[in-house]
Design a protein around this ligand. Sequence first.
Ligand code: 5RP
Length: 230
Amino acid sequence: MNQDELKKQVGDEAVKYIQDGMIVGLGTGSTVSCLIDSLGEKIRQKHLHITCVTTSKNTSKHAKEQNIKLIPLDDVDHIDLTIDGADEISADFQGIKGGGGSLLWEKIVANISDNYIWIVDESKMSNKIGEHFKLPVEVVPFGSKQLFRRFTKLGYKPTWRMDSKGEHRFHTDSDNYIIDLHMGAIEHPHHLADSLIRTVGVIEQGLFLDRVNAVIVGHDSGPEYMQARP
Ligand code: 5RP
Protein backbone atom coordinates (compact mmCIF):
# COMPACT_ATOMS: atom_id res chain seq x y z
CA MET A 1 0.00 0.00 0.00
CA ASN A 2 1.25 3.50 -0.70
CA GLN A 3 1.16 6.31 1.88
CA ASP A 4 -2.19 7.69 0.64
CA GLU A 5 -3.79 4.26 0.93
CA LEU A 6 -2.46 3.89 4.47
CA LYS A 7 -3.89 7.33 5.37
CA LYS A 8 -7.28 6.24 4.04
CA GLN A 9 -7.00 2.98 5.96
CA VAL A 10 -6.52 4.74 9.32
CA GLY A 11 -9.12 7.41 8.47
CA ASP A 12 -11.70 4.67 7.87
CA GLU A 13 -10.61 2.81 10.99
CA ALA A 14 -10.82 5.87 13.25
CA VAL A 15 -14.42 6.56 12.24
CA LYS A 16 -15.38 3.35 14.06
CA TYR A 17 -14.62 5.11 17.35
CA ILE A 18 -17.12 7.90 16.64
CA GLN A 19 -20.53 7.10 18.13
CA ASP A 20 -23.95 8.68 17.64
CA GLY A 21 -24.44 11.81 19.79
CA MET A 22 -20.75 12.57 20.25
CA ILE A 23 -19.04 15.95 20.12
CA VAL A 24 -15.92 15.27 18.06
CA GLY A 25 -12.76 17.30 17.53
CA LEU A 26 -11.42 17.14 13.98
CA GLY A 27 -7.68 17.64 13.54
CA THR A 28 -5.93 18.96 10.46
CA GLY A 29 -3.96 17.48 7.57
CA SER A 30 -4.17 14.94 4.77
CA THR A 31 -4.82 11.96 7.06
CA VAL A 32 -7.65 13.81 8.81
CA SER A 33 -9.03 14.65 5.36
CA CYS A 34 -9.55 10.92 4.81
CA LEU A 35 -11.31 10.73 8.18
CA ILE A 36 -13.61 13.64 7.25
CA ASP A 37 -14.64 11.95 4.00
CA SER A 38 -15.31 8.71 5.81
CA LEU A 39 -17.21 10.44 8.64
CA GLY A 40 -19.40 12.39 6.21
CA GLU A 41 -20.32 9.12 4.52
CA LYS A 42 -21.08 7.39 7.83
CA ILE A 43 -23.29 10.27 9.03
CA ARG A 44 -25.27 10.21 5.76
CA GLN A 45 -25.69 6.45 5.68
CA LYS A 46 -26.60 5.96 9.34
CA HIS A 47 -28.38 9.28 9.99
CA LEU A 48 -26.11 10.01 12.96
CA HIS A 49 -26.17 13.13 15.12
CA ILE A 50 -22.53 14.12 15.39
CA THR A 51 -21.35 17.66 16.15
CA CYS A 52 -17.77 18.63 15.37
CA VAL A 53 -15.26 21.23 16.48
CA THR A 54 -12.42 21.94 14.07
CA THR A 55 -8.74 22.80 14.46
CA SER A 56 -8.21 24.90 11.32
CA LYS A 57 -9.99 26.88 8.64
CA ASN A 58 -9.08 24.16 6.10
CA THR A 59 -10.72 21.49 8.20
CA SER A 60 -13.85 23.64 8.66
CA LYS A 61 -14.10 24.07 4.90
CA HIS A 62 -13.72 20.37 4.20
CA ALA A 63 -16.16 19.35 6.96
CA LYS A 64 -18.78 21.80 5.63
CA GLU A 65 -18.38 20.27 2.14
CA GLN A 66 -19.24 16.94 3.75
CA ASN A 67 -22.29 18.51 5.47
CA ILE A 68 -20.83 17.76 8.89
CA LYS A 69 -22.42 19.88 11.62
CA LEU A 70 -19.89 22.27 13.18
CA ILE A 71 -20.02 24.19 16.42
CA PRO A 72 -17.61 26.89 17.69
CA LEU A 73 -15.17 25.65 20.29
CA ASP A 74 -16.41 28.19 22.83
CA ASP A 75 -19.94 26.76 22.63
CA VAL A 76 -19.04 23.28 23.92
CA ASP A 77 -18.36 22.33 27.52
CA HIS A 78 -16.37 19.24 26.56
CA ILE A 79 -15.27 17.19 23.55
CA ASP A 80 -15.85 13.43 23.69
CA LEU A 81 -13.15 12.47 21.24
CA THR A 82 -10.62 14.30 19.09
CA ILE A 83 -8.92 12.57 16.18
CA ASP A 84 -5.87 14.22 14.65
CA GLY A 85 -2.83 13.39 12.57
CA ALA A 86 0.78 13.76 13.71
CA ASP A 87 4.15 14.37 12.07
CA GLU A 88 6.33 12.13 14.23
CA ILE A 89 5.56 9.84 17.17
CA SER A 90 8.21 8.30 19.40
CA ALA A 91 8.16 4.81 20.86
CA ASP A 92 6.86 6.30 24.15
CA PHE A 93 4.02 8.12 22.34
CA GLN A 94 5.34 11.65 22.49
CA GLY A 95 4.61 13.61 19.33
CA ILE A 96 5.57 16.45 17.06
CA LYS A 97 2.73 18.25 15.31
CA GLY A 98 2.36 21.41 13.27
CA GLY A 99 3.54 20.24 9.85
CA GLY A 100 0.34 21.81 8.53
CA GLY A 101 0.79 24.88 10.71
CA SER A 102 -2.24 24.28 12.95
CA LEU A 103 -0.46 23.33 16.16
CA LEU A 104 -1.98 26.10 18.29
CA TRP A 105 -5.62 25.35 17.54
CA GLU A 106 -4.89 21.61 17.59
CA LYS A 107 -3.39 21.86 21.07
CA ILE A 108 -6.28 23.98 22.37
CA VAL A 109 -8.81 21.42 21.11
CA ALA A 110 -6.75 18.45 22.37
CA ASN A 111 -6.61 20.06 25.81
CA ILE A 112 -10.34 19.84 26.40
CA SER A 113 -10.87 16.42 24.82
CA ASP A 114 -11.87 13.45 26.99
CA ASN A 115 -10.22 11.08 24.53
CA TYR A 116 -7.49 11.98 22.05
CA ILE A 117 -6.38 9.72 19.19
CA TRP A 118 -3.72 10.19 16.52
CA ILE A 119 -4.02 8.52 13.12
CA VAL A 120 -0.84 8.04 11.12
CA ASP A 121 0.73 5.91 8.44
CA GLU A 122 3.65 3.84 9.69
CA SER A 123 6.29 6.27 8.33
CA LYS A 124 5.44 8.65 11.20
CA MET A 125 6.64 6.27 13.93
CA SER A 126 10.21 6.75 15.15
CA ASN A 127 12.45 5.99 18.06
CA LYS A 128 12.93 9.55 19.33
CA ILE A 129 11.00 12.62 18.23
CA GLY A 130 13.04 15.05 16.17
CA GLU A 131 14.91 12.26 14.38
CA HIS A 132 12.84 12.70 11.23
CA PHE A 133 10.78 15.88 11.58
CA LYS A 134 11.47 19.54 12.31
CA LEU A 135 9.92 21.14 15.39
CA PRO A 136 7.41 23.89 14.47
CA VAL A 137 7.19 26.92 16.77
CA GLU A 138 4.39 29.48 16.33
CA VAL A 139 5.59 33.02 17.02
CA VAL A 140 4.14 36.52 17.09
CA PRO A 141 5.26 38.39 13.94
CA PHE A 142 6.39 41.44 15.95
CA GLY A 143 10.07 41.02 16.73
CA SER A 144 10.16 37.50 15.31
CA LYS A 145 13.58 38.05 13.68
CA GLN A 146 14.93 38.51 17.22
CA LEU A 147 13.55 35.08 18.13
CA PHE A 148 15.04 33.63 14.94
CA ARG A 149 18.49 35.00 15.92
CA ARG A 150 18.10 33.63 19.42
CA PHE A 151 17.22 30.15 18.10
CA THR A 152 20.23 30.30 15.77
CA LYS A 153 22.54 31.16 18.70
CA LEU A 154 21.08 28.25 20.67
CA GLY A 155 22.02 25.89 17.79
CA TYR A 156 18.38 25.08 16.93
CA LYS A 157 18.94 25.63 13.16
CA PRO A 158 15.76 27.64 12.53
CA THR A 159 14.07 28.18 9.17
CA TRP A 160 11.04 30.32 8.37
CA ARG A 161 7.93 28.40 7.31
CA MET A 162 7.01 29.70 3.85
CA ASP A 163 3.75 29.61 1.91
CA SER A 164 3.13 26.95 -0.74
CA LYS A 165 4.79 29.08 -3.46
CA GLY A 166 7.82 29.70 -1.24
CA GLU A 167 7.46 33.46 -1.77
CA HIS A 168 6.07 34.74 1.52
CA ARG A 169 6.10 33.69 5.13
CA PHE A 170 3.34 31.25 6.00
CA HIS A 171 0.59 32.77 8.16
CA THR A 172 -1.22 30.55 10.66
CA ASP A 173 -4.98 30.77 11.15
CA SER A 174 -4.22 33.15 14.03
CA ASP A 175 -2.00 35.23 11.73
CA ASN A 176 1.25 34.29 13.38
CA TYR A 177 4.48 32.99 11.80
CA ILE A 178 6.07 29.58 12.17
CA ILE A 179 9.75 29.02 12.76
CA ASP A 180 10.81 25.40 12.20
CA LEU A 181 13.69 24.11 14.33
CA HIS A 182 15.93 21.42 12.83
CA MET A 183 17.57 20.08 15.93
CA GLY A 184 17.70 16.32 15.35
CA ALA A 185 16.64 13.79 17.99
CA ILE A 186 15.26 15.62 21.02
CA GLU A 187 16.77 14.09 24.15
CA HIS A 188 14.81 16.09 26.74
CA PRO A 189 11.47 17.08 25.19
CA HIS A 190 9.83 18.27 28.45
CA HIS A 191 12.74 20.55 29.21
CA LEU A 192 12.74 21.94 25.65
CA ALA A 193 8.95 22.45 25.68
CA ASP A 194 9.18 24.38 28.97
CA SER A 195 11.99 26.60 27.80
CA LEU A 196 10.31 27.38 24.44
CA ILE A 197 6.95 28.22 25.97
CA ARG A 198 8.64 30.55 28.50
CA THR A 199 10.26 32.48 25.64
CA VAL A 200 8.47 35.79 25.10
CA GLY A 201 7.05 35.93 21.57
CA VAL A 202 6.52 32.18 21.33
CA ILE A 203 2.80 31.44 21.16
CA GLU A 204 2.99 27.64 21.06
CA GLN A 205 5.40 24.88 20.12
CA GLY A 206 4.80 21.57 18.36
CA LEU A 207 5.79 19.11 21.09
CA PHE A 208 2.62 17.28 22.18
CA LEU A 209 3.79 15.51 25.32
CA ASP A 210 1.91 13.07 27.59
CA ARG A 211 -1.28 13.88 25.75
CA VAL A 212 -2.42 11.19 23.33
CA ASN A 213 -4.55 8.29 24.58
CA ALA A 214 -4.13 6.03 21.55
CA VAL A 215 -2.51 5.90 18.14
CA ILE A 216 -3.90 4.11 15.11
CA VAL A 217 -1.05 3.19 12.75
CA GLY A 218 -1.59 2.16 9.13
CA HIS A 219 0.32 -0.90 7.87
CA ASP A 220 0.10 -3.11 4.79
CA SER A 221 -1.24 -5.79 7.12
CA GLY A 222 -4.03 -3.51 8.42
CA PRO A 223 -4.54 -0.82 11.07
CA GLU A 224 -2.87 -1.25 14.45
CA TYR A 225 -4.47 0.29 17.56
CA MET A 226 -1.85 1.20 20.16
CA GLN A 227 -2.97 2.30 23.62
CA ALA A 228 -0.67 5.06 24.88
CA ARG A 229 -2.25 6.02 28.19
CA PRO A 230 -5.68 5.53 29.84
C1 5RP B 1 -1.09 20.01 11.22
C2 5RP B 1 -0.66 18.76 11.83
C3 5RP B 1 -1.00 17.50 11.10
O1 5RP B 1 -1.74 16.70 11.95
C4 5RP B 1 0.26 16.80 10.73
O2 5RP B 1 1.04 17.69 9.97
C5 5RP B 1 -0.03 15.54 9.94
O3 5RP B 1 -0.48 15.86 8.66
P1 5RP B 1 -0.66 14.78 7.52
O4 5RP B 1 -1.77 13.88 7.95
O5 5RP B 1 -0.99 15.57 6.29
O6 5RP B 1 0.64 14.04 7.38
O7 5RP B 1 -0.07 18.70 12.87
O8 5RP B 1 -0.67 21.12 11.96
